[in-house]
Every structure is written in structure tokens, then in C-alpha cells.
Design a protein around this ligand. Structure first.
Ligand SMILES: [Fe+2]
Length: 358
């Protein structure tokens, strides 16, 4: 059963026009947070599956994943808790020059682990976005190196072997995607598509056809890209909704949940499977309440995959698993003074997701 009505270039939806990109970014590199209590944030990130890097000369903390990026998370001590922004990897050193020239910016040296060069942008809502290139990759960390063979009624793949997941953090390989809320949806998505080549993979629209939630992937040509590296929700304020990280497989995801529960962190939503992107997900809150997602088994698309347009419904957020947490639910009574776009968003999310749910 699916709540989604799907179509390609159907006239009931307002199409997102993709501008000609100036460059095409290749990957998400890292995310940057400001935190009042860096030590507690560091403890959360390690329990979540990142590994701290030694940085004795500076107060800023860096955390790497199990993949080859020099770091995935930067935490800057601050008088306030905030999401500063994120970095994308350029395919080519010339891309930095090209995009710097377009916006009248400078190419400068990166000051984090791995070095390299960067151009630092500010998106239309004021977030920092770095495009980086030429950093030194690091050797991948060893983890269980094979997916666990899965038995089914149709095939015996694991014989005389058991499944035993250790009570350890889920190994996190990299940042998968960042989800932003923007009060300037059209301007913001155009800004990201134009500069970095993002392609709308799936778009959910409110009842009058206006896009409300867009999932954007990187343009890697014939190479597969994650279903989305960036998602943008049209909302009343500028917010970071969550950061998602890829772990090894579904057992590693369950192992991570067990470990985070044992360490007393706040669980938010999951385990379930998303609809758009198909990831098996598990969401956790960091010490200040920002959401972090573990995922595995997400969809991969090449550049030619067509954009899907769908009606935004709460039921379209997940395929199986628990209903969204109460704090994600819209108010039952739509505020009289809410702007029309917020009313439309609330109305869409109030549609019962399944016949047996309210
Ligand atoms: Fe996500």
C-alpha cells in the first residue's frame, strides 16, 4: 500500500526548473556545528559511531568516519549551539576557481585536517557552504568487511554461521545528507542547483502543486549518487532538520541503536524504512536536540533518472515502521494567522498516514 501519487512532469505539480549548473559537486565532505558543551557533544558523536581526531593545538574538535575522508564532523566551541553549515567535495580543482569567480569570492587554504583548498559561500539563508578540493584522504578504518549473508525461504546463504552483533557504536562511514528548512524555498533550491549541480530526485508538493519538500542528488553523470545529498523543506524559519550518516548494513544500524540506548541517549524515530530514498533509518537526538540519522541500504541514482513529483503526505515519509514522533506532528488546530504556505503544509501532514492511524 502506498500513500504516494507519483508522476513525472504531471501538470498538477509545479515543476522545479533545474538551471544550468556552474559546477557539479561530487560528494558531501563534512558538517560543522557550534556547541557550548563540546565535551558532551564529543561523547555523543563517539557513541554515534564517529572517531575523534587528535587536535591538541586547538579547541575545535574533529571527528572522522570509517571511510577515507579526513573528517566528517567539526565541532567549534561557542557561546551558543548552532548548525554552522557543511562542505561539498569538488570534482576538479578548476571548479573552485570557476565558482569563486562566479560569486566574486577567493580560493583559500582549508584549515582542517587533510588540508586542501576551499571556496566559502553563504547560502540564501545564511549557512556556510564550503566547496573543497585537494585534501589528503586517509586510509579507511577496518570494520566487519563483509555484509552478513541473509537467509531467505528461497535461498540458504548463511549455513553453519551465526549473526552476533557486538554492543559497539554503529560504524559510520560518511555524511549521507543534510536536510534544511528554508523560508525561501525557491531561492534556496535554485542557489544549490545552480552552483553545485544538484538534481531534484523527488519532490513532494502541497495540494495546490507548489513544492514543499525537495530531495536533491549530486550530478555524478553515469556514476551512481545517493538518492539525496540535500533535502529542503519549505518552512516558516531557517532550521537544520537533520544530518544523516551511512552505516554498514541493517545489522550495524540495529547494533548502533542498542549501543546508543545503553549509553542513555535520546532515541527519536525508527527503526523504519523511508519511502523516498528507501533508506532503513534510525534517528537520535544529540545533546542539544539536533537530529542525527543512521541509515543503510539507500537508493542510488545516475544523472539520467527522472524527477518524481508526489503529493506531500505524512505517510509518504516512511514505508514501514512507527508513525512519526509526536514532536514532528503538525498541530491539530491550524493557527488562524499562519501564512497560507504553512497552512497547506500542516493540512498535508494531517492526512492520516495509514487507515489504522490517526
Ligand atoms: Fe534523512
Amino acid at each position: 500500500m502506498s500513500e504516494i501519487t507519483s508522476s513525472h512532469n504531471n501538470s498538477e505539480f509545479q515543476i522545479i526548473e533545474r538551471p544550468e549548473p556552474i559546477v557539479r559537486a561530487d560528494a558531501v565532505a563534512h558538517v560543522v556545528f557550534a556547541r557550548r558543551d563540546v565535551d558532551t557533544m564529543a561523547r555523543f558523536l563517539q557513541d554515534f559511531g564517529f572517531r575523534p581526531l587528535e587536535n591538541p593545538s586547538r579547541e575545535t574538535r574533529y571527528f572522522r568516519g570509517y571511510g577515507t575522508l579526513p573528517f566528517c564532523v567539526e565541532v567549534i566551541p561557542s557561546s551558543e549551539d548552532d548548525f554552522i553549515g557543511f562542505a561539498l567535495v569538488a570534482k576538479d580543482a578548476n571548479d573552485l576557481e570557476t565558482l569563486a569567480k562566479y560569486d566574486g569570492l577567493q580560493v583559500e587554504s582549508c584549515d582542517g585536517p587533510g588540508g586542501g583548498m576551499r571556496v566559502r559561500f553563504t547560502d540564501p539563508d545564511g549557512r556556510r557552504v564550503d566547496l573543497i578540493h585537494g585534501f589528503s584522504p586517509v586510509p579507511a578504518l577496518t570494520t566487519r568487511d563483509q555484509l552478513l549473508p541473509v537467509n531467505s525461504p528461497l535461498q540458504a546463504r548463511r549455513v553453519n554461521a551465526t549473526v552476533r552483533t557486538p554492543v559497539q557504536p554503529s560504524p559510520v562511514f560518511r555524511i549521507g545528507h543534510v536536510v534544511l528548512q528554508s523560508p525561501n524555498f525557491d531561492v534556496t533550491v535554485d542557489w544549490y542547483m545552480r552552483r553545485f549541480g544538484f538534481i531534484p530526485t523527488d519532490v513532494q508538493a502541497v495540494d495546490d502543486g507548489r513544492p514543499a519538500l525537495g530531495f536533491f542528488r549530486l550530478d555524478r553523470g553515469a556514476e551512481p549518487a545517493d538518492h539525496h545529498s540535500l533535502a529542503v523543506l519549505a518552512g516558516p524559519s531557517k532550521t537544520m532538520l537533520h544530518v544523516s550518516t551511512e552505516t554498514l548494513d541493517i545489522d550495524a544500524l540495529g547494533q548502533g541503536q542498542q549501543f546508543l540506548r545503553a549509553r542513555g541517549w535520546t532515541h527519536f524515530w525508527g527503526i523504519g524504512r523511508h519511502q523516498l530514498g528507501s533508506q532503513v533509518f534510525d534517528y537520535w537526538k544529540d545533546p542539544v536536540g539536533d537530529e542525527w540519522e543512521h541509515y543503510s541500504d539507500g537508493d542510488l541514482m545516475t544523472a539520467e533518472y527522472p524527477t518524481g513529483y508526489h503529493k506531500l503526505r505524512r505517510g509518504g515519509l516512511w514505508e514501514w515502521g512507527d508513525d512519526i514522533p509526536d514532536s514532528m506532528r503538525p498541530p491539530e488546530d491550524i493557527p488562524e494567522n499562519a501564512p497560507p504556505e504553512v497552512k497547506a503544509l500542516i493540512q498535508a501532514l494531517l492526512v492520516p498516514p495509514r487507515p489504522w492511524l490517526r
